[in-house]
Structure formats: structure tokens, C-alpha cells
Design a protein around this ligand. Structure first.
Ligand SMILES: Nc1ncnc2c1ncn2[C@@H]1O[C@H](COP(=O)(O)OP(=O)(O)OP(=O)(O)O)[C@@H](O)[C@H]1O
Ligand SMILES: [Mg+2]
Length: 266
């Protein structure tokens, strides 16, 4: 039987479709990967802000994963917003129990708008339980500051933060530079414990689109599902986000929304 690549996302909902599970599924589909999705937290949000969250019962998160595992083990996996410490622990337990692929962990601790999406207990559970299982973790600048404990004011500090976060157990770290500032290039730093790679990228105008981090981590998982090596997956994901930003659309009030399907067309 020919195997179609399959990726799993465990993440929050987004009624606007720009971030969370809808963004992940569109990204998987655009990159030719079949998507499984497990809801961790229902999020009342639009493209501008998060209004409120309702985390799932942890056992329901485990049951959703269990239902999928009765039929197929995905080829790659990502996590997004996880809601609270109990869900983080449950997801880590499921990864171990079902021997799921080491996940791409988008920590989703602090949103682009500055809102805290995971409390300190949840952040501690992520450090203790999820980071040691991760294939790669992809913090944005505020998250990299929270995890590393250092202030990040430029690329040199991003490199230092990547080294510090790598010591917490993930196999690799990408510190994302989307928040470096309007007039600086969107540089990301990839560190796998051996080599430190600087991924350069022009900053695309748009005043901060909604869901760039979700699309980025989902695209990494999609390329891993297709059999790419990590560095190649990260490079392609960065190019994909840039294309999706170029084709971003304005739908109603609020921030721009990425267009993954158009980004995938040649
Ligand atoms: N204006 C931009 N131009 C080009 N690339 C960008 C831009 N903004 C972000 N990126 C890229 O998008 C990816 C996601 O980075 P970003 O720092 O925006 O994540 P994030 O803050 O987690 O996003 P989110 O708002 O979805 O949580 C990175 O590869 C980053 O370099
Ligand atoms: Mg993010």
C-alpha cells in the first residue's frame, strides 16, 4: 500500500481560521500532507486578540489521540496551544505511550499581541515534560526570553537563547525573529547542539499577520512527514511562511490572514 504522509497537530481552535488547528490543517493540505487534528483548548479569538479560553478535559485530549492511534501512527507531529499544565502532561504521556514521532513544539506561551496563553504552571510542565521529547521547539522572541531568562535585543542574544533553551532537552531549537522590529530582517536561528544556522529572510510588509508561528511549525511538521531532514524542513517552512505572507488577505477588521493554498501554487 502506498503511504500518504500524515501529520498530527494537537492545538487550539481559532474561529477566524488564521491560526491554531485550521491554520495547521490548511498548511498540511497545501504541502501535500494529510492532517489529523486533536483539540486541546477552545479559544474565543479573532485575528487581533484572544478573548477567552476553555481547555479540554485532559482525558478527552488523550481519548482523541487514542482514537487516531487505533488506525494509524502519524509520520510527524506538532503541538500548538495546549491550554494548561494538566493537558501538557497528558500530551507528553500520550507521546510516550503511543511512541509518537518527536513533536515540533510551538510553545505558544505568549502571543504576538503579548497575551499569556499558558500560565506559569503550564510553562513549567512544558519545560519538564514536553521539551525533553521535542524534535524541535520554535519559540518567538518573547517566548525565548521567558524560557531562557535572558533579554533578547538582537541576533547575538537570539543565538545565546537558542543555546540555553537547547540545554532543556529538545533535539533542536529555532528562535524566530518575527518580532525583531519593523526595520530589521526576519532572521531565525536554528541550533541542534552542534551547528548554529542563521536563516535570513526579508521582512515582508503587513503589520504582523495572524498565525505566522502556527503555519511555520505546521510546515516544519509537514516536511518532516514527507521525509525531509530537520534543517531542510525548517528552511522550506520559512520560505513557505514568506510566500503565504506575500499572498496574505485582509478579511474584515483585524490583522492580515495568510493564504497557504495560494502560497503552495507555483
Ligand atoms: N514580516 C515578516 N516577514 C517575513 N517573515 C516573517 C515576518 N514575520 C514573521 N516572519 C517569519 O514567520 C515565522 C514565524 O515567526 P513569528 O516570530 O511571527 O512567530 P510567532 O510570534 O510565534 O507568530 P504568532 O503570531 O502566530 O504566534 C518565522 O520564520 C519568522 O521569521
Ligand atoms: Mg506563536
Amino acid at each position: 500500500m502506498a503511504t500518504h504522509p500524515v501529520a498530527l497537530t494537537v492545538a487550539g481552535t481559532d474561529p477566524s481560521g488564521g491560526a491554531g488547528i485550521p491554520a495547521d490543517l490548511k498548511t498540511f493540505a497545501a504541502l501535500g500532507v494529510y492532517g489529523f487534528s486533536v483539540v486541546s483548548v477552545v479559544v474565543a479569538q479573532n485575528s487581533s486578540r484572544v478573548l477567552s479560553t476553555a481547555p479540554m478535559e485532559p482525558v478527552m485530549v488523550a481519548r482523541q489521540i487514542g482514537a487516531l492511534m487505533m488506525q494509524l501512527r502519524p509520520h510527524a507531529m506538532k503541538t500548538g496551544a495546549l491550554g494548561d499544565a494538566a493537558i501538557v502532561a497528558e500530551v507528553a504521556r500520550a507521546i510516550e505511550e503511543f511512541e509518537l514521532p518527536p513533536p515540533v513544539v510551538d510553545p505558544v506561551i505568549i502571543s504576538s499581541s503579548g497575551a499569556r496563553l499558558l500560565d506559569l504552571q503550564g510553562e513549567a510542565a512544558m519545560r519538564r515534560r514536553l521539551l525533553p521529547l521535542a524534535r524541535v521547539i520554535t519559540p518567538n522572541l518573547p517566548e525565548a526570553q521567558a524560557l531562557s531568562g535572558i533579554e533578547i535585543d538582537g541576533v547575538e542574544a537570539m543565538r545565546e537563547a537558542a543555546r540555553l533553551i537547547h540545554r532543556m532537552g529538545p533535539r533542536a531549537v529555532v528562535v524566530k525573529g518575527g518580532h525583531l522590529g519593523k526595520h530589521r530582517p526576519a532572521v531565525d536561528i536554528l541550533y541542534d547542539g552542534r551547528s548554529l544556522v542563521e536563516l535570513a529572510g526579508d521582512r515582508i510588509e503587513g503589520g504582523g499577520a495572524h498565525g505566522t508561528g502556527c503555519v511555520f511549525s505546521a510546515a516544519i511538521a509537514a516536511w518532516l512527514a514527507r521525509g525531509a531532514e530537520l534543517e531542510q524542513a525548517v528552511r522550506r517552512a520559512k520560505e513557505f511562511v514568506a510566500r503565504a505572507l506575500r499572498y496574505a488577505v485582509r478579511i474584515g477588521e483585524g490583522r492580515l490572514l495568510l493564504d497557504q493554498l495560494r502560497a503552495a501554487r507555483k
